[in-house]
Design a protein around this ligand. Structure first.
Ligand SMILES: [Zn+2]
Length: 398
């Protein structure tokens, strides 16, 4: 394809909204607009990736030399601007979206014999924080209540997690379906009291507890009466649940469920879900991985064009006509070429070639042509090689 047909617009300056170097170079090289919309060149690059993915489904990310993390369903690329947080174990490589990640929960206190329930006055203790402070106990000795209504049938859902843990709504939804926060009226109707709720004595509620709750004895929970809590509530004795499951959101440093090492939390973009590739994110990942200070340095299979062909306008010889001949010859040899057919100065074209990042640059200049040669340069190296016109294709194919 030709530079002018693709209407390539390169930029000298990084866009001021660039959050990563990869994005910045994709805009500067003319693959994306500042608004993150693919240009003609960008669409061409995406089409190239789509074809490559079809041919090499299994080894696709390896071919692109991308360093990814993932699990059997999803592939992620770590990137500062990424929109998806994942939990990742650097030791065993366990990777999962943060809201669904499993971890080894600290059981905490030793198994203790259950004590009798005791109702206590706890004024202005409608948060776990204020309750633990008021009673002088650690948060892990409290039971936290969260109340929802199921969207499909308006069922009241009462969730219990330990006071030191955070509920993952995504995990809850996996067990009960879509939910919304319960209204004040729905809470009262179920027999609970906001800020002072427990699962004991509720009406028509679906009770869902985290799997740590049955292992935690003598927790302080709400008395379902404003201003009061119950000491020594015990799962199995005082209440039970329809669903006992892992409901907790993992956080950085939690122990990996598989190997016990601390989990990292990483910002990522999703590159593939169940075999469906997300090519816009893949293009950004390629740019993020393969660039230097001058522009993109795309490796052979990832690059939309193998060769950046350019002529330097001459005084005596028609370098452009010779470049046109080479352009046709390369295409006939099945080498993909971007032909910079503008009558621009060499420096302008060299800069653009570096930005756009094709693996090889072929330069047709007057001085070389007089000896029947062109200059060939690898994007990654600083040295030119002079190659005879008739040797170009064998040289590129080797
Ligand atoms: Zn691990």
């Amino acid at each position: 394809m030709k530079y002018r047909d693709l209407q390539i617009q390169t930029q000298r300056e990084a866009p001021n909204n660039a959050r990563t170097e990869g994005f910045s170079f994709l805009v500067r090289a003319g693959y994306l607009t500042r608004e993150n919309v693919p240009t003609k060149l960008g669409e061409h690059a995406l089409d190239h990736l789509r074809k490559l993915a079809k041919q090499h489904n299994e080894s696709f990310f390896l071919l692109l030399s991308l360093s990814t993390i993932g699990n059997e369903n999803e592939v992620f690329f770590p990137i500062a601007s990424g929109s998806i947080e994942v939990a990742h174990c650097p030791s065993c490589k366990y990777t999962e979206r943060l809201e669904l990640a499993r971890f080894a929960k600290p059981v905490g206190a030793e198994h203790a014999p259950p004590l009798p329930i005791e109702k206590v006055l706890t004024p202005d203790c409608d948060t776990i924080e204020s309750l633990a402070n008021f009673l002088g106990i650690p948060k892990e000795k409290t039971a936290k209540a969260l109340m929802y209504t199921r969207v499909s049938d308006n069922k009241f859902i009462f969730v219990v997690v330990r006071g030191d843990m955070q509920l993952s709504e995504a995990k809850l939804k996996e067990h009960v379906g879509d939910v919304r926060a319960a209204t004040a009226e729905e809470i009262v109707r179920a027999g609970a009291a906001a800020g002072y709720a427990s699962a004991i004595g509720l009406k028509d509620a679906l009770i869902v507890v985290d799997d740590l709750i049955p292992q935690s004895q003598n927790l302080v929970a709400g008395a379902n009466e404003t201003g009061y809590h119950l000491k020594n509530t015990n799962y199995g004795l005082d209440y039970s649940a329809e669903i006992v499951a892992d409901l907790i959101q993992a956080k950085v440093g939690d122990a990996c469920f598989n190997c016990g090492n601390p989990l990292s939390v990483i910002s990522t973009n999703n590159l593939a879900t169940r075999g469906e590739f997300i090519f816009e994110n893949i293009l950004l990942a390629i740019a993020e991985t393969h660039h230097d200070e001058k522009g993109l340095t795309l490796p052979h299979p990832a690059a939309p064009f193998d060769v950046y062909l350019m002529h330097v306008p001459g005084k005596e010889l028609d370098t452009r006509a010779k470049a046109e001949e080479i352009y046709s010859a390369l295409q006939n040899a099945n080498i993909s070429v971007l032909f910079d057919d503008r009558d621009e100065r060499a420096g302008v074209k060299f800069n653009d070639a570096d930005l756009i990042g094709c693996p090889i640059r072929v330069t047709v200049g007057e001085k070389g042509l007089k000896e029947g040669k062109v200059e060939i340069k690898n994007r990654a190296s600083t040295e030119n090689q002079l190659v005879l016109l008739e040797e170009i294709i064998p040289f590129l194919k080797k």
